[in-house]
Write a new protein. Structure first.
Lengths: 435, 94
């Protein structure tokens, strides 16, 4: 990697119309003048022959990395290449939850950094991402589980993160729908992170794309990477369906297909690809104003602002690149849903998605240099990629620009596996299908 | 829903089985060194294509099966016991 350099001068012939600042006054003005003044939120760029940085993958992490490179680290000679249109991958098909209630101190610091960035994100992007800190409530059903959650909450509070114990009566008040007296798994209480919540996921992709594009980043859609150009132990660019693109640094941000892209450079990763499903019911009146997770199964639910209940469970559990879920897990998730919230049994499921996850060997993500010079890796997000988008983008941009890991992401390097520094939040060992 | 043709029990639904991961890995020799063992424990080929994998028939005969399955189409081409060698297609990673 080369040290940071002053950015190149504005490129001739690539003048792009900025989308302008969004405000109430602009809305009013456009409303009174026929709505003719709006331009596209981001520019559809054509690939050039070379860039300082090429980011492969126009998902949340790729777009956020490009945005922070341009606005925080002053590197504007950046392209994001995406196989399809942006916003149609996992960034637009998840359960939209943000939180930082982890147990391992390194992970708490990283996800708390992300939550703080979420808190200021809309002002910074001038884009309504509907960040809603409605609270994340984790329920427990046994005394042992209570002790474990108490330990986690204390760990969080020691690091300055909000966590509150909630008793049965408070759970009943917060979530009247919950069946507290289930015969097998009665709810004994819960822990609330009041600053957790949800964000409108599509708007996150659009907001970062607009911010990056306005800052000079080329967002190149329908451009699939078919190979990585390599000279010795250095990556020098990408081969794409729209021609080769040279780059001083290539960043892979293609979680789900990381092994496939890394394989183009001859690297084998500590990752398996698994499918994770998400479900949305028909829209109903407001019944649930916090995010609730079930302690006796893997299940999490919130209600979207449109009224649909958005929920998910565990990965299907075997290696797959098929972007569709299978029925046994759909049945298990539905069973968890009606056990915890019996009232849901009357609702119809409107939509279902399956997205491919990078499941790592310790359940924690990877933001790292690779054995190849000029190749930076962002991936291995397991279940947690969405909430980590701002921090993932900022820390990956830091790694690219400063040639050293961001202080909150030093523990996420690839070498941790060989060095015995795994961050195994669930303690299940190198079995990705169990994380 | 996968339908897995157990050599001992016949064709059963996937919900009777438990996935046990990549069956293509070979344990290095005891003196192969740390790097080889680290790769054996942590690295996976994770192919988008044919994948040889372990499935435990936990709600049936409790035998461990080797299954050759495609990770995009989910087609199962071969199933055998732990000691058997799968006829690997050309494009199979292991």
């Amino acid at each position: 990697m080369t040290p940071p350099q002053p950015d190149r001068a504005p490129r001739p012939g690539t003048s792009r119309a900025s989308s302008g600042r969004y405000s109430f006054w602009r809305l009013l003005r456009e409303g009174l003048t026929g709505q003719h003044g709006w331009s596209h939120a981001w520019a559809k760029a054509e690939p050039r022959a070379g860039y300082r940085v090429v980011i492969v993958g126009g998902g949340g992490h790729g777009l956020a990395t490009a945005y922070y490179l341009a606005t925080e680290y002053g590197i504007r000679d950046v392209a994001v290449v995406e196989r399809g249109p942006i916003g149609l991958g996992n960034v637009g098909r998840n359960t939209t939850i943000i939180r930082s209630n982890y147990f391992l101190p390194d992970n708490i610091r990283f996800y708390e950094f992300s939550l703080k960035l979420w808190e200021g994100l809309e002002r910074r992007l001038n884009f309504n991402a509907m960040v809603s800190q409605r609270g994340t409530l984790n329920l427990f059903h046994t005394e042992a589980q209570r002790d474990l959650m108490t330990r986690r909450a204390n760990q969080m509070r020691l690091l300055g993160v909000d966590a509150e114990a909630v008793n049965r009566d408070e759970v009943r008040a917060l979530v009247p729908l919950v069946d507290l007296d289930n015969g097998r798994f009665p709810v004994l209480g819960g822990f609330l992170q009041p600053r957790g919540g949800t964000v409108r996921h599509d708007a996150v992709a659009w907001g970062y794309a607009r911010g990056a594009s306005d800052a000079g980043v080329d967002i190149i859609e329908h451009c699939e990477v078919t190979g990585l150009r390599r000279e010795g132990a250095r990556i020098t660019g990408v081969e794409t369906t729209r021609g080769p693109i040279a780059a001083e640094t290539v960043c892979l941000a293609v979680a789900g297909h990381s092994s496939v892209l890394a394989g183009m450079a001859g690297l084998t990763l500590p990752i398996e690809s698994h499918v994770l499903q998400a479900f949305v019911t028909e829209g109903i009146k407001p019944v649930l104003d916090v995010v609730v997770t079930y302690g006796a199964g893997h299940f999490y639910v919130s209600q979207s602002d449109k009224g649909g209940l958005v929920f998910g469970g565990a990965i299907d559990g075997y290696n797959t690149y098929a972007q569709r879920g299978t029925l046994p897990m759909a049945e298990e998730v539905a069973a968890s849903a009606v056990t915890l919230l019996p009232g849901l049994a009357r609702l119809k499921i409107l939509r279902q998605w399956g997205g491919v996850m990078d499941m790592t060997m310790d359940g924690s993500p990877i933001i790292s240099r690779t054995p190849l010079a000029g190749l930076i890796f962002n991936g291995g997000w397991c279940y947690g990629g969405f909430k980590a988008i701002p921090a993932g983008g900022m820390t990956t941009a830091h790694l690219i620009a400063r040639c050293e890991p961001h202080p909150v992401a030093t523990h996420l390097d690839l070498a941790r596996f060989a060095d015995g520094r795994t961050r195994d939040e669930r303690g299940t060992g190198p079995y990705p299908y169990l994380h | 829903m996968l339908r897995i043709d157990c050599p001992w029990c016949g064709t059963r639904d996937e919900s009777e089985f438990r996935y046990r991961g990549d069956a293509g890995r070979v344990r290095p020799a005891p003196d192969a060194g740390l790097a080889s063992f680290s790769a054996y424990v942590y690295e996976r080929d994770n192919p988008r294509g044919w994948h040889l994998e372990w499935w435990l028939h936990v709600a049936g005969c409790r035998q461990l099966l080797k299954v050759l399955r495609h990770t995009q189409s989910h087609e199962i081409r071969w199933i055998g016991g732990p000691g058997e060698t799968a006829p690997l297609p050309e494009d199979c990673a292991p």
